[in-house]
Write a protein that binds this ligand. Structure first.
Ligand SMILES: [Zn+2]
Length: 100
């Protein structure tokens, strides 16, 4: 378990080393812009995969940090749902699962 530090400017993900003696900086070491922490489940797209990064940014901007998402089936029953693989799917996904 853990997080990845992700810079959307550089389209790069850095693995975080958990050391409580070291303060984790939210700054990208490459470009100096603010980076974000995403769940370790985040699979960074290839640098040239513009659509993949746009999709990740869209999800992040809607509060989906690649933590598991769950669908509410009936009271008390939730099923884990996979993350979308296209922007079209993502638009539906964020409205459907935003509240969870
Ligand atoms: Zn950067």
């Amino acid at each position: 378990m853990g997080h990845k530090k992700v810079c959307f400017e550089c389209r790069k993900a850095f693995n975080l080393i958990y050391d409580f003696n070291v303060e984790q900086s939210m700054i990208c070491p490459d470009c100096g812009n603010p980076a974000v922490f995403l769940n370790h489940k985040f699979r960074p797209p290839k640098k040239q995969d513009k659509k993949g990064w746009e999709l990740a940014l869209f999800l992040k901007d809607h509060g989906f940090y690649f933590q598991s998402a769950y669908a509410h089936i009936v009271p008390g029953l939730y099923l884990q749902v996979p993350y979308p693989s296209s922007i079209e799917e993502a638009k539906e996904f964020v409205t459907k699962y935003k509240r969870l």
